[in-house]
Design a protein around this ligand. Structure first.
Ligand code: C2E
Ligand code: MG
Ligand code: MG
Length: 555
């Protein structure tokens, strides 16, 4: 698309340049060979020779202005040369003919020259502004793309480095917007110092920078300096008592042409390397490698499987029972998505959900699961003589959208599913991604009686002070915390503390991934309310889950 635009522009410039050159030749020819007395007869109209030269000159000037408007860089240069040529011709004409007849043409040419220089300057200013980030004065995303295109055009090797401040939002929220801006400026200054003229520094997002570095730039030095400069506190002003903050920064690099050949792929790979750095450790700088390349291939495969499943409806749902820890009464079911492609292939949600979450496919999946689960289960859940709950997993991308609550309400109305029997399982990331919208959606749904469970608790980074504010009904302790409680006293204490805290928040607590009776006994001792795990039931096929509900009703 971009290339199409560029080649169209080039074609237009070339055509206009040719027209202008032809026009100049005509101006020369008409000035040289048409005398004042001669004229050109077109039908009944007779054009005097000097008027024809004037008309051709004017057309040439219009052509010059047009080519400058299309491309001020090449256009200005060409136009200046052509107009100066006309000026020389006019001066030559004056000297040769000892007449001032060409003088108006000369003034006209000079006027157009000035006009073209003004247009060109204005374009340069606007162009510069559209490429610049207004906070730091660095190139913005567009500037980066132009820089990459230019570099790729010269085929000279370079490195693209993506750099991100992970906790920028927190710094901005805690210290204020002004301090956030100061931090961005400070970091841009430091990055410019660190690159020492070996490349271009751009600010491509809210807290993200991209550096296009010459191939002989020493990345290891950059890594070391990153630690030195950002490993501790960073002063936000140079007053006697400066304000400090502790930014968490990460970087990922990719090389042209070894790793990728076009700007879109380079950016994608640099982002991927950055993502790996963010998972590694504070101040990590990680380079794109073979393993990441094969991860991308796997991700692409996953993406096409998800698309295939959505198009062909190769999804089905399983339902894993949840039980009361103490009397083993059925609490409800968690809905779990499964795939079965016509060729017998099946992929795990643990593999395809994270990929779908990187695209908008997850929105379609979540809507699909919600609709299908509520439709499949409505009659049996309603008919069951005790309150059983149907849990549906919802990803952060879905619950952070402004239409999410309305979508759920529509599905509830369409299927007639009792709102108070529906539970949505979300993770801490939902609050990290788009906190306000998520809370608004949750509040709207809770008013109808919908329950909210916090899934995978213990794997995220929510602080206790943030956690107590979250509007949830159920805390789901992640399997990774439960796994070691039989052998590790620390794990036991930790799970104990989580259960205690959940109760303080007036939430019920469920442990997931419970596999042994000993784990059940330990969790019971610690006052955990519910259990979900292979120890009592694996995820059940729809028919088995329905049979369980029917059996329960008949008991
Ligand atoms: P999750 O929501 O934490 O689901 C629990 C996972 O633990 C399920 O894996 C379940 O089969 C597994 N599990 C339950 N008990 C045990 C146990 O005792 N031992 C072991 N080893 N595993 C146990 P599953 O079905 O593979 O799902 C993996 C993840 O995929 C889910 O984690 C959830 O994050 C996501 N997922 C599954 N279905 C959906 C869905 O419909 N929508 C969305 N957005 N995500 C889904
Ligand atoms: Mg879940
Ligand atoms: Mg979970």
């Amino acid at each position: 698309m971009r290339l199409d635009k560029i080649s169209h522009k080039r074609l237009h410039i070339t055509i206009l340049m040719l027209v202008n050159v032809v026009m100049l030749i005509l101006v020369v020819v008409s000035g040289r060979f048409l005398s004042d007395q001669s004229s050109l007869q077109i039908g009944r109209v007779s054009i005097p020779g000097h008027s024809l030269t004037g008309i051709l000159q004017s057309l040439l000037f219009v052509g010059c202005i047009l080519v400058t408007l299309i491309s001020y860089e090449i256009g200005t240069r060409l136009s200046v040369v052509l107009i100066l040529f006309v000026c020389v011709l006019d001066i030559f004409g004056i000297l040769q003919s000892h007449s001032l007849a060409p003088l108006p043409g000369l003034f006209n040419a000079l006027l157009n020259l000035v006009l073209i220089l003004i247009i060109s300057k204005q374009f340069r200013v606007v162009e510069q502004e559209s490429l610049t980030d207004y906070v730091t004065g660095l190139y913005n995303m567009r500037g980066l793309l132009e820089t990459l295109d230019q570099r790729i055009g010269t085929h000279v090797p370079f490195t693209l480095l993506y750099f991100r401040i992970d906790n920028f939002r927190m710094i901005n929220d805690n210290l204020g917007h002004d301090m956030g801006t100061k931090l961005l400026r400070e970091i841009s200054v430091q990055l410019l110092e660190m690159t020492r003229g070996y490349g271009t520094v751009c600010k491509t997002g809210g807290s993200e920078f991209a550096l296009v570095l010459d191939s002989d730039f020493n990345i290891d030095n950059f890594r070391r300096e990153m630690k030195e400069r950002f490993g501790g506190k960073v002063a936000l002003d140079d007053s006697e008592y400066p304000v400090y903050c502790y930014p968490r920064v990460y970087a990922g690099t990719v090389r042209y042409p070894e790793d990728a050949l076009d700007s879109a792929t380079l950016i994608k790979y640099a982002d991927m390397a950055l993502y790996h750095a963010m998972k590694a450790h504070n101040n990590a700088l990680i380079s794109f490698d073979e393993e990441m390349a094969s991860e991308i291939i796997k991700q692409n495969e996953m993406e096409s499987v998800v698309k295939e499943c959505l198009a062909g409806d190769y999804f089905y749902l399983m339902y894993q029972p949840q039980y009361d820890m103490h009397d083993k009464k059925l609490r409800g079911f968690e809905t779990l998505l499964r795939t079965l492609l016509p060729d017998g292939r099946s992929v795990s949600p643990a593999d395809f959900i994270p990929v779908a979450e990187k695209t908008n496919l997850i929105i379609q999946i979540d809507t699909y699961v919600l609709h299908r689960a509520l439709t499949e289960m409505v009659d049996y859940i309603k008919d069951y003589d005790q309150e059983v709950i149907l849990s549906v997993n919802v990803s952060a991308n879905s619950i952070g959208r402004d239409d999410f609550a309305d979508k759920v309400i529509n599905v509830i109305n369409e299927t007639g599913f009792p709102a108070s029997r529906l539970e949505l399982e979300i993770t801490e990331y939902s609050f990290a991604e788009s906190e306000n919208m998520t809370i608004q959606n949750i509040e709207k749904l809770r008013k109808l009686g919908v329950k909210i469970a916090l899934d995978d608790f213990g794997t995220g980074y929510t602080s206790l002070s943030q956690l107590v504010k979250l509007p949830i009904n159920l805390l789901k302790i992640d399997k990774s915390l439960v796994d070691d409680i039989e052998t590790s006293e620390m794990s036991r204490d930790f799970v104990n503390a989580v259960i205690y805290m959940g109760h303080l928040m007036e939430c019920d607590v469920i442990s997931e991934g419970v596999e042994s009776q000993m784990q059940v006994d330990l969790l019971k001792e610690q006052n955990c309310d519910y259990v979900q795990g292979f120890v009592w039931d694996r995820p059940l096929y729809y028919e088995a889950a329905v049979a369980m509900l029917k059996r329960g009703k008949d008991d």
